[in-house]
Design a protein around this ligand. Structure first.
Ligand code: AMP
Ligand code: MG
Length: 497
């Protein structure tokens, strides 16, 4: 159902919004890459969540996120002077099948702001239909917008590469999903929102000039070191493979399931992007499927690393017209197979509190995963409790998480021997920085969403504060770090967002 409401655009420059220096380098690529269009307004918008820390990082004044003009502009009701809004076109493989043309069906790129961190693109997700909306209504609902807002900031807080979210605004305009919900817009930022699917789009259409234009644009802006290589486009593929490998290692280590790892949801910068039916693991289950629409379990937790490789293979295929020799493309992809396991091992060693690598570490990591799976142990709580694991503590808080005590004792002996030579304070310090106390569990998001539906946005704010510093203790907030309630496992998260 379309919720496009017939509200005329306000084209007066908003007075209280300071002049911002906007550019839009993506717009210089040419009209084969996008359609220029205006966001579609929503009636009577209100603030749902504001990320003041990110606003400051972007060099925005605190007042900017307070003004009615900003609220209107970031809901798509008013154009920010100097912006040149557009929706980009891409294609992709969805659930392993070529899906043809997709594109920004509900995201509108306003342009780039010059910031201390370099140019940052600003995108409004849920700002109305575009030529790429297909059967969709161009809208995002409050529920999924809150999830994206909080999860992108959780990932950032965890040190995992991600797009960011500046704010969420809402409107009471109805939007039909499984039931009637209300409309919302997430303002998100990233150096670039280009996906693997952008490359697949031009390659599949044999538009090799545009393919090269796009690759040159991304290399020049984000992978300049590849220019020096003998085969710049193969070097580019290798660099993307390596960034993706690091991202995947980070996801696996923290127990993050993305849920829809289609090639159109894979960032060319190795950022976590397009938060939909994602989930942080509660009890450790390697085969966990977070997306209820993923009937085959293609994107189950333990399949994610292989799926990322599959997606990189699609990217490699798309880039082949620019790479003289197929062997060079295959060699570039190979790097994933070494970088991913090394990166994962490094992260798991840090979680175990092992500053130096030893030969037996991989076996210890594997036996830890096996033990957690066999006992269905809560993933986040296990690691956080393990930070206090000492001979003196009697291992009790950790042991309490297991029902098979014999296996636990055998593992605890193996672990105790490994950590014996490691300085206790050094180990605790490393572990407390590697094992978050807070992650955005489904039930926490759900509680904040239910309150937000009743116009109480305080939990969104509280969660944002906790999740932006997930390794800190935050006294008084232990309830947000506890076991999930029984009803958590019945929360059904699908692609419908
Ligand atoms: P996703 O897997 O959610 O990232 O979306 C896949 C494709 O569907 C992308 O091209 C999206 O822009 C598009 N899409 C998803 N939801 C909507 C919607 N409500 N309206 C228009 N396009 C949508
Ligand atoms: Mg997407």
């Amino acid at each position: 159902m379309s919720t496009a409401l017939d509200i005329p655009f306000t084209l007066h420059p908003p007075s209280a919004v300071p002049d911002m220096a906007w550019t839009n380098s993506f717009a210089t690529l040419g009209t084969d890459f996008f359609t220029e269009l205006k966001p579609q307004p929503l009636p009577s918008p209100y603030w749902v969540g504001r990320n003041r820390a990110l606003a400051r990082e972007l060099g925005l004044q605190d007042e900017w996120l307070e003004s009615a003009e900003t609220l209107a502009a970031l809901t798509g009701n008013q154009l920010l002077p100097g912006t040149r809004p557009l929706a980009s076109v891409y294609s992709g493989h969805q659930f392993g099948v070529w899906a043809g043309q997709l594109g920004d069906g509900r995201a509108i790129l306003l342009g780039e702001m010059q910031t201390r961190k370099g140019p940052q693109e600003i995108q409004l997700k849920g700002a109305g239909k575009t030529p790429y909306s297909r059967m969709g209504d161009g809208r995002a609902v409050l529920r999924s917008s809150i999830r994206e807002f909080l999860c992108s900031e959780t990932m950032h807080g965890l040190g995992i590469p991600t797009t960011r979210a500046l704010c969420v605004t809402g409107s009471d305009a109805p939007v039909r999903r499984e039931e009637i919900e209300t409309a919302s817009v997430v303002t998100r930022t990233a150096p670039s929102f280009i996906r693997f699917g952008h490359f697949e789009h031009f390659s599949h259409r044999n538009q090799h000039v545009q393919l090269k234009t796009l690759a040159d644009y991304v290399i020049d802006r984000f992978y300049p070191e590849c220019r020096e290589a003998k085969q710049p486009y193969a070097a580019f593929l290798q660099a993307v493979s390596e960034r993706t490998a690091h991202m995947m290692a980070a996801w696996q280590a923290v127990g993050f399931c993305h849920g829809v790892m289609n090639t159109d949801n894979m960032s060319i910068l190795g950022l976590t992007i397009d938060y939909g039916p994602f989930q942080f693991l509660d009890a450790f289950d390697p085969g966990h499927i977070c997306n209820h629409s993923d009937e085959q379990g293609r994107y189950a937790y333990n399949r994610q690393p292989n799926m990322a490789y599959w997606n990189l293979f699609c990217l490699g295929q798309a880039l082949l017209p620019l790479i003289d020799n197929q062997e060079d493309a295959l060699a570039a992809l190979e790097s994933y197979k070494t970088v991913f396991p090394e990166a994962l091992q490094a992260r798991m060693r840090a979680k175990l509190g092992l500053p130096d690598a030893q030969e037996e570490d991989q076996a210890l990591i594997e036996s830890t995963f096996r033990l957690l799976a066999a006992n269905k142990v809560d993933y986040t709580i296990f690691w956080r409790r393990l930070c206090g694991f000492t001979a003196q503590s009697g291992h009790e808080p950790v042991r309490d998480l297991f029902f098979d005590l014999e296996s636990f004792n055998a593992w605890a002996l193996q672990y105790s021997e490994r950590i014996a030579p490691v300085d206790i304070a050094q180990r605790a310090d490393l572990m407390l920085k590697s094992n978050p106390k807070y992650v955005l569990r489904n039930h926490l998001g759900e509680e904040a969403i239910q309150a937000a539906k009743l116009k109480d946005f305080s939990q969104v704010d509280t969660l944002l504060t906790l999740l932006q510093a997930p390794f800190d203790e935050h006294p008084g907030h232990d309830g947000f770090a506890g076991f999930p309630p029984d009803w958590a496992s019945s929360i059904a998260i699908s692609c419908s967002s």
